[in-house]
Design a protein around this ligand. Structure first.
Ligand code: FAD
Ligand code: NA7
Length: 541
């Protein structure tokens, strides 16, 4: 802590000004009337959508579901009229939400939390930031699960004299028109970026390690009737969260099995989903066994492989773009990605065939000895997800134990919200939370945190702490939910294996049993006075 400087006292300190921080503030200040503030290291509000300003950045949740849930007035005034939403519109929406709810004065930007220590005598958190210290009874960390960038250590990268940018730290002043652009990474972000940047690039080269399955997004304008219907039925959507698994849009979660229909029918169903567009249409509205039955998965994968070869003119490029592993990563969609490889200004280098050996001042060299000259290198290399946002912080809980110590074998939590040994600390979208459309999860977690805190406010200096047994039980629940999933057989950020050496207590740091099951668990816990928790009331209280 900063010796000799004044400490600002608040009831609740919320860290992070994305959907999570805003939702937590709405609950704690708006509903419970607490003196709560948000600190944010960036210079603006929006979280993911403040940082990820790369050309082409778009939600892949349908717009009427990618909003702060349970906010009727805000929902009615939101003027999104396309199926998916562009990053600047989401940023403006969150800015507007803060003003609409008259919360602007409760945000302190350009303030980075560095450390936090639980003081057992006062049962409060002392939080150290680069702009001074805070004392808060409740600490809410809404740091984001895709917020810490992954910047791989390529040999000689510092030699490169061109511009290097990560998609999650996109600068305002970069004009890509006419530039020789190299892109490393072809996940959701790389695919979105390349499709957009190829429109004006002098030359764009994709340095691809693993080809991806992608289906058309088919972004389009909503009709006035559709828009009116979304507004009229928002409460139905929110009620629906308790019944659906993912909640990314109005996707009928189909119970039909892949091989329960004839080959012709199957092809027609895939074709229908391809034409309707959207990753969750393809994965959820076609057949129910895509992620559990190997043959079913192969059938869907083959359909997309055939599409790639019919879109991409050059057979060798098509070969390189064709995925061979199972179709079992977070599904992605695009707005003409495979098509860009027919353009003369776009080329593909397979890093499987020719890995990067090193960078020079002019570009990068691959193992075939070729120098690829570049003006700009774009790292679309993703994130050190979930616990990555916490690892650089010095958070010390009860008995002087740090979060990094507690998570030495991998992150642990209950519902992605609480951690044993860290009383009165609540995470939004912490590790081991639900794998779903995230705003509903955030809304549910914020409300749950509100209920937990409300149960304590009348007991001076009391704290609530997850028991060790309940933490272990939740991890087991997460493991059980994953059993039989083909997702287990592919590597990606969902399993932490995009980051060398990352440790996991469960195969994935997600609870994959669905939004319905998550909400049921959260409600049961709160309705029954938090049986997985211990409330500590100091004897002097
Ligand atoms: P974030 O929006 O990440 O906000 C966390 C904030 O905490 C950041 O502003 C960060 O600067 C701040 N912070 C972190 N550490 C500190 C610190 N120590 N001190 C101070 N401030 C700190 N999800 C979906 O459900 N659907 C989608 O379509 C979708 N599309 C996405 C597209 C992209 C390109 C990316 C990157 C993510 C996408 N996501 C999507 C996930 C997205 O992150 C969530 O939907 C949501 O925005 C998370 O909100 P959050 O507030 O929890 O975290
Ligand atoms: P992802 O999905 O983690 O994709 C990262 C991409 O970067 C992926 O293609 C990786 O290849 C590639 N990558 C990462 N490290 C390297 C190295 N060292 N060399 C070559 N290529 C590398 O991140 P995104 O930002 O696209 O998407 C994350 C989520 O944000 C997404 O699911 C949405 O929810 C929004 P790999 O596949 O590992 O071979």
């Amino acid at each position: 802590m900063n010796e000799g400087t004044s400490i600002r006292k608040v009831d609740a300190l919320i860290v992070g000004a994305g959907f999570g921080g805003i939702a937590a503030l709405r609950t704690l200040h708006g509903e419970l009337g607490l003196d709560a503030i948000v600190i944010e290291k960036g210079s603006g509000i929006g979280g993911t959508w403040f940082w990820n300003r790369y050309p082409g950045a778009l939600s892949d949740t349908e717009s009427f579901m990618y909003q702060l849930p349970f906010e009727h007035e805000l929902y009615q005034r939101t003027e999104w009229n396309t199926r998916y939403v562009q990053a600047p519109d989401i940023r403006r929406y969150l800015e507007d939400a803060v003003d609409h709810f008259d919360l602007r004065s409760r945000f302190q930007l350009e303030t980075e939390m560095r450390a936090a220590t639980f003081d057992e005598a006062s049962q409060t958190w002392l939080i150290h930031t680069d702009k001074g210290d805070f004392e808060a009874r409740f600490l809410i960390t809404a740091l984001g699960l895709l917020s810490r960038m992954n910047v791989p250590n390529f040999p000689g990268l510092d030699q490169f004299q061109g511009r290097i940018v990560h998609t999650a730290a996109w600068p305002e002043d970069l004009d890509l028109a006419g530039q020789r652009i190299g892109v490393i990474g072809n996940g959701s972000t790389g695919v979105q970026f390349m499709t957009e940047a190829a429109k004006t690039a002098g030359h764009l080269t994709s340095f691809q390690r693993t080809p991806q399955y992608s289906v058309p997004a088919r972004n389009r304008s909503w009709t006035p009737e559709e828009l009116a219907a979304f507004k009229a039925t928002c409460q139905d959507r929110w009620d629906e969260f308790s019944r659906v698994k993912l909640g990314f849009g109005i996707n009928e979660e189909n119970e039909r099995k892949t091989f329960s229909v004839s080959e012709e029918e199957r092809e027609a169903i895939y074709e229908w989903a391809w034409n309707k567009g959207g990753p969750y249409t393809f994965c959820n509205e076609t057949f129910s066994d895509l992620t559990t039955d190997r043959a079913a998965n192969e059938e869907a994968a083959n359909f997309i492989r055939r599409k790639i070869s019919s879109i991409v003119n050059d057979p060798e490029t098509a070969r390189k773009l064709t995925p061979w592993e199972m179709f079992a990563r977070r599904p992605i969609c695009d707005s003409g990605y495979f098509e860009i490889f027919n353009q003369p200004n776009v080329s593909l280098v397979s890093l499987r065939d020719t890995p990067i050996t090193h960078f020079t001042e002019n570009g990068l060299v691959t193992s075939d000895g070729q120098l690829h000259e570049l003006d700009v290198l774009v790292l679309a290399t993703g994130f050190d997800a979930q616990d990555g946002s916490y690892r650089g912080l010095d958070i010390t809980g009860r008995d002087g134990r740090t979060l990094n110590e507690h998570w030495s074998e991998g992150p642990r939590s209950h519902m992605g919200i609480t951690v044993n040994g860290f009383p009165n600390m609540f995470m939004v979208l912490g590790p081991c939370g639900p794998f779903v459309n995230l705003p509903p999860a955030i809304g549910v977690q914020a409300k749950w945190i509100g209920r937990a805190i409300a149960s304590l406010v009348d007991i001076p200096a009391a704290s609530i702490e997850l028991t060790a047994e309940s933490e272990e039980a939740w991890l087991q629940t997460c493991r059980n939910a994953l059993q039989g999933s083909l997702y287990l057989e592919t590597g990606s950020w969902l399993f932490g294996n995009n980051i060398p050496g990352k440790r996991q207590v469960t195969p994935s740091n997600f609870f994959v049993a669905g939004l319905d099951s998550f909400i049921a668990t959260a409600n049961t816990e709160a309705d029954n006075d938090f049986p997985s928790y211990h409330v500590h009331v100091p004897s002097t209280a």
